[in-house]
Design a protein around this ligand. Structure first.
Ligand code: 5GP
Length: 182
């Protein structure tokens, strides 16, 4: 094991901004709200990969009403900490959306471009209803005016990793959200 490399890796974590316990409590509350709003309704949770996979897996286990899960992959960030401005849909969902109340599950809303594009695509398929839940919201960075229905945490304009969010595909497995410095 290369301990120098591990140390360098860890030094890029500047500070924890949302702890594991804070995330757990907020995800539980979000699940309770979904349970009360969607009782008896067919729900399709659509996770935007890859960043939201941990949020989705924790959130769906707080949901007690029957729900289906779908995945969509949209990429707008590459290896650096700046948005490329290009959103590509690289994986689409299989379900017939018109049969469901759709809830998009997103990791973070930054410029809003990704959600704006994904929302347009999903809405064009006529879901019974459409809502967006995001783990994190960075309103200071918004370029596209996009209204999120439920945001668990609002954060300042810093680049974050952990709980599904990556830098160059690393750090997704951290159990907390941390500020990252290159
Ligand atoms: P947007 O299209 O809103 O600019 O960006 C959305 C996507 O950019 C997110 O789904 C996420 O993958 C990535 N992103 C935006 N801000 C951050 C950040 O602070 N950290 C990480 N790891 N990814 C981010």
């Amino acid at each position: 094991m290369d301990f120098c490399k591990i140390d360098k890796f860890q030094r890029k974590i500047k500070r924890i901004i949302i702890t594991k316990d804070e995330i757990k409590a907020a995800v539980k509350k979000a699940g309770e709200i979904i349970n009360s709003l969607y009782d008896g309704k067919p729900i399709l949770l659509i996770s935007i990969l890859k960043g939201s996979f941990i949020f989705l897996s924790d959130l769906c286990r707080e949901i007690t009403v029957p729900c289906e899960i779908g995945f969509i992959a949209a990429k707008s960030y590459y290896k650096d900490t700046q948005s490329s401005g290009i959103v590509n849909i690289t994986l689409d969902i299989q379900q017939d959306i018109s049969k469901y109340h759709v809830i998009i599950v997103e990791d973070i809303v930054d410029t809003g471009r990704t959600l704006n594009d994904v929302a347009k695509l999903i809405k064009s398929r006529n879901p019974i209803s459409f809502k967006v839940i995001t783990l994190l919201d960075k309103p200071d960075r918004r370029i596209v005016d996009f209204d999120v229905d439920y945001s668990l945490f609002t954060i300042p304009d810093v680049f974050v990793v952990g709980y599904g969010l990556d830098y160059g595909e690393y750090y997704r497995n951290l159990p907390y959200i941390a500020e990252f410095s290159e």
